[in-house]
Write a protein that binds this ligand. Sequence first.
Ligand SMILES: NC(=O)c1ccc[n+]([C@@H]2O[C@H](COP(=O)([O-])OP(=O)(O)OC[C@H]3O[C@@H](n4cnc5c(N)ncnc54)[C@H](O)[C@@H]3O)[C@@H](O)[C@H]2O)c1
Length: 261
Amino acid sequence: MGVVTGGASGIGRALAEGLAAEGAAVVVADVDEAGLAETVKRIEARGGRALAVRTDVSDRAQVQALADRAFSALGRVHVLCNNAGVAIWGGLETATHRDWAWTLGVNLWGVIHGLEAFLPRMIAQRDGGHVVNTASMAGLIASQGLGVYNTSKYAVVGLSETLAKDLKPYRIGVSVLCPMGVQTRIRDAERNRPAALRNERATRTEPVELIGRSLAPETVADMVLAAIHANELYVITHDESLEPLRRRFERMERSILDRRR
Ligand SMILES: NC(=O)c1ccc[n+]([C@@H]2O[C@H](COP(=O)([O-])OP(=O)(O)OC[C@H]3O[C@@H](n4cnc5c(N)ncnc54)[C@H](O)[C@@H]3O)[C@@H](O)[C@H]2O)c1
């Protein structure tokens, strides 16, 4: 039994379809009700079981209500995918308070709300499970023009690394998904920005050009499912990530080694 937030589109939809194809009943949550209905239709067309629950993950009460619905519908939840996310581009020096509130509200608080609502009951089930948190390569490598998003995703990586240690005694595994480009609607994330968090003067910032290949969401979902089965913490989807990661750690290494000379 699985729960996937951000299940109306992109990686979340592919994750929900992947879990359903493995035989799990799936609850999909999102603010996009039409997209949710489409996900459910696609899963049911292949003989799977799915339930849509409209949920804004930045709202704690709504995520609690999602957990109540999921546990009453599924009985048990074994896989929780905190995947809903939004992206925002622009320099930190020009970021508005609303940019921070919206991005951290969905990308970081959305994950925290998922843990608060689901973990106590998953632990009480006493039969293990798995949590997948969707971060990004932007949670491991900083890019100019992505600072607000970087902040949210670095937090999700740190949280997930600790969570894996904390949940080990309960046999609940943790994976953190860190993709580069994936062919989804993330570049149009503003479509879901609530009116109250829109900037008064809309300044349109062009998305930062992504390096590396752009993978299909289904390819990424297959990697996540494999990581769940193997209980792998990191799901680093793109080979192209290797060089920037090495450069980052070499710079850290140099900070220590240079002092020793
Ligand atoms: N596509 C990429 O290149 C890429 C790369 C790295 C990480 N990611 C991450 O992958 C995750 C999924 O994004 P995607 O690429 O599939 O994009 P997407 O825009 O296709 O899907 C994101 C989904 O999240 C939903 N969502 C937005 N705000 C929400 C809220 N407040 N509550 C509930 N649902 C909400 C959207 O309605 C949408 O269905 C995100 O966390 C994103 O940051 C994407």
